[in-house]
Design a protein around this ligand. Structure first.
Ligand code: ACO
Length: 309
C-alpha cells in the first residue's frame, strides 16, 4: 500500500498587494518585478491574522475534503518558517483548536517544507503508525519581510495549504521521493538578526535552477518512470524563470506546468499545495495523472515527489 493525498485545503488572506502598490513605497517597477519573477500581486495577512489562523482554515477544508473528522488524526505536521512564535508549535495550536491530542510537530525546511511533510507522513502511514496525517504548509512571510529591501520585499506572500495523507490503493499516491539539504548554502538565504529574510538572490537562483531540474528527473527515475511519463509539474512558485528551467529539463509543454506565482508570489511552504489545488479545481490535473511536485528553499533544502493522482 502506498500513502497518498486523500484531501486538500487552502487559504489565502483577503488583502491583495499589487506591484503597483509596491511601486509607491519602493524604488521598483511593475515591469522589473514581472520580467524578473513573474509576480503581479501577492496576498498579505492582516496584523491579527496569524500563521496558525491560516493553517486552521486550510486544515478544516482538507479534513472536510477527505471526509474525516479531527479525532481521526494520528499526527499533525506543519511546515513553516514563520510560526506565531517559536513554541508552542503551530501543529500544537491546530491540535488545541480542534480539541484533539494527537502527535504534533513543526518542520523547518523553508520552501521545501511541504514536500518534507508529505514524505514524513508517508513513512508513518506506510509503517501503519497512523491512519490519517494532516500535513500543512503555511507562511506569514510578511512579518519577516524587510519592507524597505526591494531585493526581497517584492517576492513574498502569505498563505496556507493542507493535505490529508492516508493509504491509497496500490500503484497510486506517492511513488517515490527525494529529499536533500546543503547547509553550506545557508549563508545565501536566512533570517537575520533583525528577524528579516536576507537573500543572495543570484546564488539562490543558480542553485534552484540546477536542483529543481535534477530532483524532478530523479524522482521519476526512482519511480521507474521516464520524463515523458510526467503529466504535470507542480514546482515551488518562487520565480517563473526557475520554474521554466525545471519544465524544460523535463521537456514538458508550457500548459503542463502549474503557474500561480503571478497571483500569490512566493508563499514558501504553502506554494506547492496551493498550486496543486488550483490545478485540480481547473481540471488540469486529472485522475491517474503522474505528477511531479518539486521545491527548494532556505537551508538550502530541496525535495520532490512523484505521485499518481
Ligand atoms: N526592483 C528594481 N530593481 C531591483 C529590485 C526591484 N525589486 N530588486 C533588485 N533590483 C536590482 C538590484 O539592486 C540589482 O541592481 P545592480 O545590478 O545595480 O546592483 C539588480 O536589480 C539585479 O538585477 P538582476 O541581476 O537582473 O536580477 P536577477 O535576474 O538576479 O533577479 C531575483 C533577482 C528575482 C531576486 C532572482 O535572483 C531570484 O529570483 N533569485 C531567487 C530567489 C528565490 O527563489 N528565493 C527563494 C526564497 S525561498 C525561501 O526559502 C524563503
Amino acid at each position: 500500500m502506498n500513502a497518498g493525498i486523500i484531501g486538500l485545503g487552502k487559504y489565502v488572506p483577503e488583502k491583495v498587494l499589487t506591484n503597483e502598490d509596491l511601486e509607491k513605497v519602493l524604488d521598483t517597477s511593475d515591469e522589473w518585478i514581472r520580467s524578473r519573477t513573474g509576480i503581479q500581486e501577492r496576498h498579505i495577512a492582516a496584523a491579527d491574522e496569524n500563521t496558525s489562523h491560516m493553517a486552521i482554515h486550510a486544515a478544516e477544508q482538507a479534513m472536510k475534503n477527505a471526509g474525516i473528522t479531527p479525532d481521526q488524526l494520528g499526527l499533525i505536521l506543519v511546515a513553516t518558517v514563520s510560526p506565531d512564535r517559536a513554541f508552542p508549535s503551530v501543529s500544537c495550536q491546530i491540535n488545541e483548536h480542534f480539541g484533539v491530542q494527537c502527535a504534533a510537530m513543526d518542520i523547518s525546511a523553508a520552501c521545501s517544507g511541504f514536500i518534507y511533510g508529505l514524505v514524513t507522513a508517508k513513512q508513518f502511514v506506510e509503517n501503519n503508525s497512523y491512519e490519517y496525517i494532516l500535513v500543512v504548509g503555511v507562511e506569514k512571510l510578511s512579518k519577516i519581510t524587510d519592507w524597505e529591501d526591494r531585493n526581497t520585499a517584492v517576492l513574498f506572500g502569505d498563505g496556507a495549504c493542507a493535505a490529508i495523507v492516508s493509504k491509497v490503493s496500490e500503484g497510486r499516491g506517492i511513488l517515490s521521493y527525494e529529499l536533500g539539504a546543503d547547509g553550506s548554502g545557508g549563508k545565501h538565504l536566512y533570517l537575520n538578526d533583525n528577524q528579516h529574510i536576507f537573500m543572495n538572490g543570484r546564488e539562490v537562483f543558480k542553485f534552484a535552477v540546477r536542483q529543481m531540474g535534477e530532483s524532478a528527473v530523479s524522482v521519476l527515475e526512482k519511480a521507474g518512470l521516464q520524463k515523458e511519463d510526467c503529466d504535470f509539474l507542480i514546482p515551488h512558485q518562487a520565480n517563473i524563470r526557475i520554474m521554466e528551467a525545471a519544465r524544460e529539463r523535463l521537456g514538458l509543454p508550457e500548459e503542463k506546468m502549474s503557474k500561480t506565482v503571478h497571483k500569490y508570489g512566493n508563499t514558501s511552504a504553502a506554494s506547492i499545495g496551493i498550486s496543486l489545488i488550483e490545478e485540480l479545481e481547473q481540471g488540469k490535473v486529472k485522475e491517474d495523472d503522474i505528477l511531479v511536485l518539486v521545491g527548494f528553499g532556505g537551508g538550502l533544502t530541496w525535495g520532490a515527489v512523484a505521485l499518481k493522482w
